[in-house]
Write a protein that binds this ligand. Structure first.
Ligand code: URA
Length: 237
């Protein structure tokens, strides 16, 4: 039998299983079950299968992104800044986009703002290895200008897939751009910050961008309050 035949059979089997499940789940619901009863062995298999799957999903997304030329920003970039950190992070931090240093090194938040971000994380007992850090766009705009709508439209689906792969319990949106893009709003960051919002059912806490804090140290007090909120939510799981 050709490979094509094998795939067709596998496809048909999966369709039949899916069809059976569609009938079985409402039956369980009528019996009063709130979930699917699984044997210990099944749970073990599922847990083993799950190990590393977030990392694999992230790798797949990175592969799909490839040597991206979906918008004009590829012309001036040195490196794509995909995102870094723990694939199983319970907290994802989202910034705006790479600056000079990030473009040079291919990693997010490695310049001055990044150093402040690392300190902020440390103050709430987290390290960069605990969290995952990404940006709304993955290539540096010329002279660090704001990203254009078509650049965001081309890039955002990849961040959205990264967030779905990690499935964090919390997101911290750093600055106007990240907060307004994730929350699909024009509300200013000064009003968004300090309160939890939601993105795809995930609580999102917007706060000031570390680069803004470097320019406006008087706002560090507000940011510290936000971070304490974030810490409380993180520790409550
Ligand atoms: N500012 C951002 O928003 N992201 C980075 O990665 C660096 C600086």
């Amino acid at each position: 039998m050709s490979n094509h035949g094998v795939n067709t059979n596998v496809g048909r089997d999966l369709c039949e299983i899916a069809h059976d499940l569609q009938g079985y789940l409402p039956y369980l619901k009528r019996l009063g079950y709130k979930g699917v009863p699984l044997s210990e062995a099944s749970v073990e298999i599922l847990e083993q299968g799950d190990k590393g799957s977030e990392a694999e999903a992230l790798e797949m997304i990175r592969k799909d992104l490839g040597d991206c030329r979906r918008c004009g920003l590829h012309k001036g970039r040195k490196h794509i800044v995909f995102g870094v950190g723990n694939p199983k992070a319970r907290l994802v931090l989202v910034g705006e986009g790479p600056g000079y240093e990030e473009d040079l090194h291919g990693a997010p938040f490695v310049g001055q703002a990044g150093q402040l971000l690392t300190k902020i994380l440390k103050a709430i007992h987290l390290s960069r290895e605990d969290v995952y850090i990404g940006n709304i766009i993955k290539c540096r705009p010329p002279r660090n200008r704001n990203p254009e709508p078509e650049e965001i439209a081309a890039c955002l689906p990849f961040l959205q897939r990264q967030i779905r792969a990690i499935r964090p319990g919390l997101i911290c949106a750093l600055g106007t751009f990240a907060a307004q893009t994730l929350l699909q709003t024009h509300t200013p960051i000064s009003r968004l910050r300090g309160h939890f919002h939601t993105y795809e059912d995930i609580p999102v806490l917007p706060t000031y961008h570390p680069a803004f804090l470097l320019r406006n140290p008087a706002k560090k007090r507000d940011a510290w309050e936000d971070m304490q909120e974030l810490q409380r939510a993180y520790e409550q799981g």
